[in-house]
Design a protein around this ligand. Structure first.
Ligand code: SF4
Length: 99
């Protein structure tokens, strides 16, 4: 089986990734395994970094629109994003609001 992502929106026209607070950090920090034990500390550190990031809106919008199930994006955990992803997939595009 192959997966194909058909790009329907250019997400990085403002080059938001260039100013991401996590740009030069270990990506594994944002993708903890599980949600208990060591992962709790890892999630807290990731969310702390996100809280200082200037592109959280863009990051969350990207994660929801591209259906990112795993990891911390824009300071939101997998559990926190799940209802937003579901709403977006059900047609509520207002859940992503990039200003
Ligand atoms: S909000 Fe967090 S995960 Fe998203 S770009 Fe910023 S630091 Fe990285």
């Amino acid at each position: 089986m192959s997966l194909t992502w058909i790009r329907t929106h250019e997400w990085d026209t403002q080059k938001w990734r260039d100013t991401a607070a996590c740009r030069d950090l270990d990506p594994d920090l944002f993708f903890p395994v599980g949600s208990t034990g060591l992962a709790v500390d890892q999630i807290a550190v990731a969310r702390s970094i996100c809280s200082q990031c200037q592109v959280t809106e863009e990051c969350i919008a990207f994660a929801i629109a591209t259906n990112q199930e795993s990891g911390v994006w824009g300071g939101l955990t997998e559990d926190q994003r799940r209802p937003l992803r579901r709403a977006y997939q059900n047609g509520d595009k207002s859940v992503i609001s990039v200003s």
